[in-house]
Design a protein around this ligand. Structure first.
Ligand code: FES
Ligand code: FES
Length: 141
């Protein structure tokens, strides 16, 4: 109970009513999948984006997180945040923003880091797929 009470109401809200839970079709050529883990605790987060090639914007986003309340809240928040964004803007979101929004304590900072890693990994996967499909060399690192 002590541990539960230490969570900020915003974390509890995302934890109880997580937004955009689920999966997108991995084999869709316009879907990028990020799968990341936190070595410190073993929690795992999958975050997927579907991109409109014309506009370069994220038109759909889903996540599945096996982890603590802060990790679930961080990924839920991230999915709400990136919907409609360009890949560039979405890739620039820092975990510190997520942590601040959810009022995460220092010990839970790595949970928000998972969300930053997951969106970056999903964007890279999308770019890798597009580069392979169009035969161009990806400019991203
Ligand atoms: Fe157990 Fe994150 S350390 S759920
Ligand atoms: Fe490890 Fe939250 S405790 S992700």
């Amino acid at each position: 109970l002590v541990a539960v009470r230490s969570y900020h109401p915003k974390v509890i809200d995302h934890y109880e009513r997580p937004r955009n839970v689920g999966s997108l079709n991995k084999s869709d050529p316009f879907v990028g999948t990020g799968l990341v883990g936190a070595p410190a605790c073993g929690d795992v987060m999958k975050l997927q984006i579907k991109v409109d090639e014309e506009t370069g914007k994220i038109v759909d986003v889903k996540f599945k997180t096996f982890g603590c309340g802060s990790a679930i809240a961080s990924s839920s928040y991230m999915t709400e945040r990136v919907r409609g964004m360009t890949l560039e803007d979405a890739g620039a979101i820092k975990n510190t923003e997520v942590a601040k929004e959810l009022s995460l304590p220092p010990v839970k900072l790595h949970c928000s880091m998972l969300a930053e890693d997951a969106i970056k990994s999903a964007i890279n996967d999308y770019k890798r797929k597009r580069a392979a499909a169009t035969g161009t060399v990806s400019a991203s690192a």
